[in-house]
Write a protein that binds this ligand. Sequence first.
Ligand code: HEM
Length: 509
Amino acid sequence: MAATAVDSGIQRTASAVDYSDVQGLVRFGYGKLTESCFLLLNIRDAAAARSWLATAPVTNAVQLDQASPTALQIAFTHEGLQSLQVPDEVLAGFSAEFLTGMAGEESRSRRLGDVGANAPEYWQWGGSGRVPHIVLMLYAQPGKLEGWTLAIQEANWNAAFEVVTCLLTSNLDGIEPFGFADGISQPALDWERQRKPAKNELAYGNLAALGEFLMGYPNEYSKYTDRPLLAPDAPGSTALPPAEDVANQRDLGRNGTYVVFRQLQQDVRGFWRFLDAQTNSDPQARQSMGEDMVGRKMDGEPLVELSDDPIAGIDPGTTPHNQFTYNSDADGLSCPFGAHVRRANPRNADLPPGSSGLLSKALHTFGFGNKQYRDDIIASTRFHRVLRRGREYGPGLSPEQAIQTNVSDPGEHGIYFICLNANISRQFEFVQNAWIMSTKFDAMTEESDPLLGNRQPVAGCPFTDTFSVPQVEGLRTRITGLPQFVTVKGGAYFFLPSLSALRYLAAVR
Ligand code: HEM
C-alpha cells in the first residue's frame, strides 16, 4: 500500500517496508538463537568474495521463523567496501564517520573516550591497519553453531576470505557480566510508517521514526539521512530500489543501516570488590550501590516509579519494566542523575522541572530562564536513540564469587556492544560522548558514566572518577576513586546493507 506524504515541499511516495529486503537483525534480536559468533574477515580475493556474497544465505526480516535453527547477517567496513572495489564515487556517499572509521582519527577517539587503557593502539582488532573488512554475524539454536559456521564456509570461501578472528559469545540468559538484566529498554520502530514527528515535540515517547534506524526513510526530523544515491545509469544500480526523496536516483542505503560494534571487557571482580569495600562488605548495601550505578535493580526493575500515563511505543503489558520517565524523580533521589541508564537515555530530561507551561518551555528551549542545579537542557532524546543488539562473552561470575579472593577468575568477561543506527554521529557518538563520557552531564562535575568511564582527566576537569548520589536532605553522597571497570578491546563501524544492496555490492566493480 502506498500513501503520499508532503514535507518541505517535496512530494514523496511512502511505500510499505519490504521486509524481504531488510536484514533480520534490524527487526529481531534472535534471542532464541542463543549461540552466536562474530567472524571478522578480510577479503583475500575480491572476485571470489563477490561470488560468495552473491549467494550468501543472509536472513531477512520477513518474519521470525521460530523453527529456523540459524541466522546469518553481513556488514562491511569502509575498508571492506574498498577491497570489494566499490567505486570511489559511490563510497563518497557514505557518512564521514563511517568513512573515517571508529579509530580513524585522534579527535574521534578522544570524543568516544578511547584514550588511556581504551586507546585503539591496545585493541585486539580495529586499530590502525587492523580494521577488518567484514563481520559475519552467525546465530544458531543450542548445539547448531559449529555446523552452521562450517556450512557457510563453502564454495569460494577459502579463496575469498581470511578469518581475522572468531568472536564467540556466551549465553548468560539475558544477564550482562556484572550481573544485571539487560536488553530491557529498546526504541519501538515505526514499521507501519504512521509516525509524524511534530516540530518541537517535547513529551517522551518510545516510538521512533523508521529513518532513525533504516536509511531511505524519514527520520525524527522528517528528513532523509544522507546516504549513497546512484544515477539510474550507474553500473548495477537497477538492482537497487528508487530513492523516495530524490527523483531518478537509486538508493544504495534504503533498508540498510550502520552497525557500531565495540568489544567491551568488563572487570567483574574489580566492580564488585570496589563496591564491597565501599559498603563494609554489607551485601545489601553493596548491591544497592551497584543498582544506583546502573540505574535499575539487578532484575531489571526501574529505580523510579512506573508511570500511569501512557508512553507512545511502550506496551506496559509486554515491557512493564520500561513504563517510566524521570518526571517523578526530578531531583535524582530514586535514580541518580549519573546512573548508566539515565545517561544513556535521559527520557524526559529535556526540560528542567517546573517547565511544563508553554512560555516556560519556550524560554528554556531558547536557553533563557534561571539556571539552577541541573537546569540545563540535555537535548531531545528522540534524536539520540540506538537499537542495541549486543551479546555477552565469557563465563558468568556472581557478585559473591567475584568478591571471593580464594577462587581464580574463570576467564575474561564482557559484552560485544552492538548497536544499529542510521546516523552514527547523531546517535551512537552523541550518546557515547555527550551523555556517557561527559563530565558535564546534567550539571554534574568530576564524573562520567560509573560503569563505562575511563577515569582519564579531561581539559578543565582533572578528576572524573566520582559518582554522586543525591540525598533527601543535605549534600549529595560522593563516592570517589572509582577504578575503570570497562575497557575497550576492539571496535569498528560497519554498513549493514539491504539484501538488494548486497546483490549490488556482489556485482559492482
Ligand atoms: C560493558 C558495557 C555496558 C554494560 C555492562 C551495560 C549495561 C546496561 C544495563 C544493565 C542496562 C539496563 C537494561 C536495559 O535498560 O536494557 C543498560 C541500558 C542501556 N545501555 Fe548499557 N551497558 C554497557 C554499555 C553501553 C554503551 C557503550 C551504550 C551506548 C553508547 C549503552 C547504552 C545503553 C542504553 C541506550 C540503555 C537503555 C537505557 C534506557 O532506554 O533506559 N550501554 N545498559
